[in-house]
Design a protein around this ligand. Structure first.
Ligand SMILES: [Zn+2]
Length: 151
């Protein structure tokens, strides 16, 4: 039975439902991790292209104001920002809301793609494709903005 998109199922289908919930939760978890990676890429690639000192992607995230390293448990996508209440743990300067927002949206995007395709592999394929495209657009946009600021 399907009512307004909410499934009402008998006992026999509960196993399938739990499987669905596990898949949706893990898709969201992967999605927000990719979102976190997205934030790193669109922030660091334009800086590197503009000749900044940052040369690697594996160095841990730092506060742009006070350069203190962000501890791993505050670096959890989406939730870390809320643990910190949107402020740097050390200098209390504000951390933009766009970071957890983008992470959350990527999580939702992954769930949405799975919902539409109903196929794990296909949703991963579409997700990666969309991820590459949107990351590229953001990198180019941020790069141009940085360049305009410089000149
Ligand atoms: Zn700080």
């Amino acid at each position: 039975m399907n009512y307004c998109g909410i499934k009402f199922v008998g006992i026999t289908n509960i196993k399938g439902d739990i499987m669905d919930i596990i898949i949706y939760c893990s898709m969201f978890a992967y999605g927000i991790c990719f979102g976190s990676f997205f934030n790193v890429l669109v922030y660091r690639i334009p800086l590197i292209l503009n000749g900044s000192k940052i040369t690697t992607f594996n160095e841990s995230s730092k506060c742009p104001k006070c350069s203190s390293k962000i501890k791993f448990y505050f670096n959890i996508p989406v939730f870390g920002w809320f643990f910190l209440m949107g402020k740097c743990y050390d200098c209390k300067s504000k951390i933009a809301f766009k970071y957890p927002l983008f992470e959350f949206l990527w999580g939702v995007a992954f769930i949405g793609l799975y919902f539409m395709t109903n196929n794990v592999l296909r949703s991963i394929f579409y997700f990666l494709l969309i991820f590459l495209l949107i990351t590229l657009v953001h990198v180019i946009f941020n790069y141009k903005q940085l360049k305009n600021k410089k000149s």
